[in-house]
Design a binder for this molecule. Structure first.
Ligand code: PMP
Length: 456
C-alpha cells in the first residue's frame, strides 16, 4: 500500500482538481485531504480523522454513506448488464423502472423523464429542449434565458453562463449572449432595509418585468431558478415569490425551469421543491439526490405542454438530435432505484422536514443573537448562518478578511465539515437527510464554538 506521503505527492503532481487553487495545490500550500470511507453522516480520511459531513459531500449524499443496499444493487447491475445505450428506443429493466419511479413522484403535470449524468448536463438538455420547442412553434427569435444573480446551474458553457456568480464567469468569456440575469430573491440583502418581505417580492417582480420589457418578451424563452438559492448563499425565497414570478412568466409566455438538483427527492421536506413552493414548472432538473451520488445520474423531467411540442417536432423533422453515450446508464439507474426505495423506507423526506427544522431552530437559538451573526435561515435540511461586521446597519466584513472561511476551518478542527459559500461570509449546512437530532446538536455546538473562537 502507498504511504500517505506518496499518495499526496502523486496527487499534487498529476491531478487537476475541480474548484481548486491550482498553483497553491501543486506547491503543497493548499489543503489536501484523502478520503477513505464513509458511514452514515461521517467520513474518514487517511490521517485518521472521522468527520461529520455537514454538507453531504456537495449536498448530494442524501441517504448517507455506506448504504449496502445501493452498493449491492450497483454490483448486481454491473454483473448482469454493465451497459447498453438508450438510443433508438433501447432500454433496460433498471432505467425503465427508474423512469416510472421518478414520474410517480414528480408533480402531476409532468410527462416524461430524460436521464443524463449530472446537474450541468441536465440543465444543458433542458435549455436545448426549450430552444427546440420554440423552433417547432415557429418563433426562432424567442431564445434568451433569464437566470438570477447568485443562481447556480452548473459550470459548462451554457450552464456556467446561467450561474450568476462572478467566479464562474471571470476569465472564461461567460456569460454567453443568450443569458440575462435578474435580481436574486435574497431578502436579507434587500436593497432597502425598510422593505417588508411582501414589498421585496413585489420589488423582484418589478425588476423581472422591467428586464422583460427592456429585452422584449418575444426574445425570451425561459426563466431558470432553484426553489431555494443554493450555492449563492442558501436563501429561501421571500413569501409569495414563486407564484408571483410564475404569473409574470405566464403573461409573457415564458417557460419556467425549476433547477431541483439540490432540492429534488426530499431535501426541503417535500419530494420536490416545485410542489413545496407552488412553482408549476415546465421542466425540472434533478441530479444529486436521485442516486445520493452513489453513481452519476441526472434527470430532466419534461412537462406535458413541452412534451406535446417535442412529439410534434419529431413527427415533422425526425429523430431528436440529442443524447449522450451514458444517458440512462443502467448502473446509475440501479443506484437510483435502490436510493429512492431507501428514501421511502427510512422516511427521509419527513426527517428532512422535521430534523431540518430542528437544526435551524437550534442554530438560531445558539448563535442567532451573536453580535456578528446577521441571519440564521433555512428550509428543510438546508441551513445558513450569515456573518456580518455590524448587525444593526447590516455592514458586511471585507471579503479579504475571509471570516466565513475561518469559521469553517475552525469547525473542521472540531470534526464538522461545512462550507463557506462563495459570495459573502455565509456558512452553509446541507447534511444527509438521515441526520439525527444528536448529530444536529453536534453541528450546532461546533458552530457556536467556532464562531466564538473566530469572532469572539
Ligand atoms: N444546479 C444546481 C442547483 C446545483 O447545485 C448544481 C451543483 N452544485 C448543479 C446544477 C450542477 O450540477 P453538477 O455539478 O452535477 O454538474
Amino acid at each position: 500500500m502507498l504511504t500517505n506521503d506518496e499518495l499526496a505527492k502523486w496527487d499534487r503532481e498529476n491531478f487537476l482538481h475541480p474548484s481548486t487553487h491550482l498553483g497553491q495545490f501543486a506547491r503543497g500550500e493548499a489543503p489536501q485531504r484523502i478520503v477513505t470511507g464513509g458511514e452514515g453522516v461521517f467520513i474518514t480520511d487517511r490521517d485518521g480523522n472521522r468527520l461529520l459531513d455537514g454538507f453531504a459531500g456537495l449536498y448530494c449524499v442524501n441517504v448517507g454513506y455506506g448504504r449496502k443496499e445501493i452498493a449491492e444493487a450497483i454490483a448486481d447491475q454491473a454483473r448482469e448488464l454493465s451497459y447498453y445505450h438508450a438510443y433508438a428506443g433501447h432500454g433496460a429493466e433498471a432505467n425503465i423502472t427508474l423512469a416510472k419511479m421518478v414520474m410517480d413522484r414528480a408533480p402531476d403535470h409532468m410527462a416524461r423523464v430524460y436521464f443524463g449524468l449530472g446537474g450541468s448536463d441536465a440543465n444543458e438538455t433542458n435549455i436545448k429542449l426549450v430552444w427546440y420547442y420554440n423552433n417547432i412553434l415557429g418563433r426562432p427569435e424567442k431564445k434568451k434565458i433569464i437566470s438570477r444573480w447568485r443562481g447556480y446551474h452548473g459550470s459548462g458553457l451554457m450552464t456556467g453562463s446561467l450561474t450568476g456568480l462572478e467566479l464562474f464567469h471571470r476569465k472564461f468569456d461567460l456569460p454567453l449572449a443568450q443569458v440575462i440575469h435578474t435580481e436574486a430573491p435574497y431578502y436579507y440583502r434587500r436593497p432597502d432595509l425598510s422593505l417588508s418581505e411582501a414589498d421585496f417580492t413585489a420589488h423582484c417582480v418589478e425588476r423581472l418585468e422591467a428586464l422583460i420589457a427592456a429585452e422584449g418578451a418575444g426574445t425570451i424563452a425561459a426563466f431558470i431558478g432553484e426553489p431555494v438559492l443554493g450555492t449563492g448563499g442558501i436563501v429561501p425565497p421571500p413569501a409569495g415569490y414563486w407564484p408571483a414570478i410564475r404569473k409574470v412568466l405566464d403573461r409573457h409566455d415564458i417557460l419556467l425551469i425549476a433547477d431541483e438538483v439540490v432540492t429534488g427527492f426530499g431535501r426541503l421536506g417535500a419530494m420536490f421543491g416545485s410542489d413545496h413552493f407552488g412553482m408549476r414548472p415546465d421542466l425540472i432538473t434533478c441530479a444529486k439526490g436521485l442516486t445520493s451520488a452513489y453513481a452519476p445520474l441526472s434527470a430532466s423531467i419534461v412537462g406535458q405542454r413541452m412534451w406535446e411540442v417535442l412529439v410534434e417536432g419529431t413527427d415533422e423533422h425526425g429523430v431528436l438530435g440529442h443524447g449522450w453515450t451514458y444517458s440512462a446508464h443502467p448502473i446509475g439507474a440501479a443506484a437510483g432505484i435502490a436510493n429512492l426505495k431507501l428514501i421511502d423506507e427510512l422516511g427521509l423526506v419527513r426527517n428532512a422536514g422535521e430534523t431540518g427544522a430542528y437544526l435551524v431552530a437550534s442554530m438560531r437559538e445558539a448563535v442567532g443573537a451573536h453580535a456578528h451573526v446577521g441571519e440564521v435561515r433555512g428550509e428543510g435540511m438546508l441551513c445558513a448562518v450569515e456573518l456580518v461586521a455590524e448587525r444593526e446597519n447590516r455592514r458586511f466584513f471585507e471579503p479579504a478578511e475571509g471570516k466565513g472561511a475561518k469559521v469553517v476551518a475552525a469547525m473542521l478542527k472540531r470534526g464538522v465539515i461545512t462550507r463557506a459559500m462563495p459570495q459573502g461570509d455565509i456558512i452553509g449546512f446541507a447534511p444527509p437527510l438521515c441526520l439525527s437530532r444528536a448529530e444536529a446538536d453536534q453541528i450546532v455546538a461546533v458552530t457556536r464554538d467556532a464562531i466564538a473562537e473566530v469572532l469572539g
